[in-house]
Design a protein around this ligand. Sequence first.
Ligand code: SAH
Length: 482
Amino acid sequence: MTVFLVGAGPGDPGLLTVRAVELLGSADVVLYDRLIPPGALRHARTGAELVYVGKQGGGPQMPQEEIDRLLVEHGRSGKRVVRLKGGDPLVFGRGGEEALRLREAGIAFEIVPGITAGVAAPAYAGIPVTHRELASGVAFVTGHEDPGKPGSALDWAALARFPGTLVFYMGVRALPRIAERLQAEGRPADEPVAVVERGTLPGQRTVVATLADVAARAEEAGVKAPAVTLVGPVAALREDLAWLEQRPLHGRTVAVTRARAQASPLAARLRELGAEVIEAPAIRTQSLPAEVPDLSTYDLLIASSPNGVRELFARIRDARELAGVRVAAMGPGTARALREHGIEADIVPERSVAEGMVEALAQHEFQRVLLARGKEGRDFLPDALRERGAQVDVLALYETVPEPLDEDAVKAVAAADYVTFTSASTVRHLLAAAGTLPDTKLASIGPATSAELRAHGREPDLEADPHTPDGLVDALLADARS
Ligand code: SAH
């Protein structure tokens, strides 16, 4: 069996490679370090054995011999083993040593490169490590050893002469000595230096200084590991190229409470706008054992949510049953879900609520209506259509059930700047999971959700209009600007 030495990238979960995700999904055993992206292990399959081999608390790192022993032992057992390391496995990751141990033991391996922190953290800080006029080379250097100790492996004179950017890893504690030695060997005191802390992770910080004052500036700012230090004229480009901090939700934390499967597009959108997103899926949807009747006997099908569409199409025997049926989608997300199944909705109300649907249907004729939705839907829509003389069948395809939130998730939600609610059930379930509604800004997707908040004694701070995830994002942007 093969052991995979896999780089997990610098921290942003989006910077894992496709190959890394694929291998995590098929591994029997994952041996992982401390500096891997949050949530990376979610890609591992249920039942995979997850073995932590990093620093124990703030204490010492598990000895390398022990890690090597575990790698060889698991490798020999015939299991599929992923050795997951932060950044790139071969850049200060001891991946080379581990590969040698595997070779000695006669175990096959594959190496999957990752995005190394020394390139990624500067990129997120708006600093290119090379530049046609400013740096024609880049050197990755360890700052780990004490540069003052006799017999230092680093040739400081050569480093000072290096015609390009120096990127120091593991150099926070040694920063004063690094700056001092480089100047002593002739690097100019006014050369720009950038220290990037927690690069690509929420809370990334960058301190820009010069060789002369970087140690003092980093100390003032309280810079801690993990951080990379860049020395070179390119560091000054940050002034023009910083982009992360420009994003409208930078520095804001937003908790997303909807079911995980539905949360991702909203979470992704918020992240792109610079928010730190806390995914707290207080609910999850669960299929119900419902039989879909012969669709060709209806003249109108109403789909009330993207999940309803997925559940419906998972059971449809023959899509041609829909040939003569008009289709209405409750909102743009539901219309998108229909489009994925080759159905263009005939009716999408302007307001994505039951009331909006009733208005949109006012000018249409129909007798038999099938409403495909979740079990907890309100009676308003079927009642209103029946009043108009239609025969309405409600097909409950799924239900939302509470998802237990652990204590850390509850705390993280309470500390967020905003908590978003995308349905009345997210309010109820968060309340059930956390005991109380958090004392932060509450953002509601629409009137039904706001009513639920009021029923629990809280006035929403924001209400989306239109009542869609995009409308919710716009409401957050407007509030963040104010
Ligand atoms: N193999 C890793 C490096 C491991 S050494 C890689 O290729 O990135 C650990 C050092 O990497 C840390 O001390 C720090 O200097 C750097 N590092 C790792 N993650 C970082 C991050 N998110 N931001 C800044 N530096 C980071």
